[in-house]
Design a protein around this ligand. Sequence first.
Ligand code: URA
Length: 433
Amino acid sequence: MRMVDLIAKKRDGGTLTQAEIDWMITEYVADKIPDYQMSAFLMATYFKGMTDAEQANLAFAMLNSGDRLNLDEIPGVKVDKHSTGGVGDKISIPLTPLVACLGVPIPMISGRGLGHTGGTLDKLESIPGFNVHETEAEFKAQVQDIGQAIISSSGDMAPADRRIYALRDVTATVESIPLIASSIMSKKIASGTNALVFDVKVGNGAFMKSQADAEKLARALVSIGHAAGVDGVALLTDMDQPLGVTIGNSLEIAESIAILKNRGPKDVRELTLTLAAHMLVLGKRAESLEIALGMCEDALKDGRALKAFKQLIERQGGDSRVVDDPTLLPQAKYKVPVTAATDGFVTAIDSNALGIAVMQLGGGRATKDSVLDLAVGLVLHKKVGTPVTAGDTLAMIHADSDDIDAVAQAIQAAFTIGPVAPVKQPLIKQIIK
Ligand code: URA
């Protein structure tokens, strides 16, 4: 085979066979296909797309380029969640102990934040002592013992994806649905889970800006999962404003603790409960979503989910006293309000801009090597639909520097205030199986 022929085939709208995709990925990882040819193939795919079979074959080829965890020795249906990433998305943190305490094992391999979105591992590291690095044996033992673990990837999972993703990043080919779906699924299948719930974000703070694109991505993820024998459900959820009222690592842990104490913002609670209910059904612990929702509500009310979170923290070396006293989490030196300039209603919040503002405060990574300030962030006092009067606090900045005028201006500009209350949008827009 010759790579130039495969590029031409894709350029002309053809469909690559499994053998061709396997050959291409194997040769690329072995450095026998140069980056410029792979880049041309990625661009051709960006324009011509892939069939369901092609994107599944690409996911499998990238999966087969590296290690694959086998969790068969752990009893039960192992279920994981994947979010396509949003601003203020801390759901994995309350979700994991909630689902684990109801008997579904969650082996979660999570990521760090980059750019305007945060990462679960960074958030957890704001708990003093919390360790996200475990060997495969430790990870398996923990999931077996307490039904949950949240760690960073240890082995060499899907190295082909790592290299291709880096190339996509610099060739303007990240935003291709088959490439995104095969990339995500190569890593998720490698993590050994039996079933997956996807939270596909739609809106100004998400990868997918339109519901039509989000639906295509959701269908691609579920379809690749099915081809791999991994059961899946995808929820399309709103990211036209940040999730909850906090953005920033330790602030988001405090909000997650509030959810586990049966309090906290309504949207975070609704999404946590809905995703958890789908996981209980996929994990065969509940016969219906209604029953599952009732089980989750009970576990929040009677403290089982909170207790499971303490157990997770302790098992991973963290100080579980933060659960009873969230002031033990890193605290910022300054709290500075951002106020409304006019009266009206908040009609829109630019989540992307708020994510970038938190990154500029030091709470997110501008580059892979940035060192984070885990204390800083934002607490939103107003969300979309809320009436405001000029001078009201829109958001409180938590900062460790008092040189934040530019960031404060950007935050104020991220809120659109208009004369008419906007139509309320549902948080969960669509469910795809
Ligand atoms: N996340 C991934 O893992 N891959 C993509 O291509 C996009 C988001």
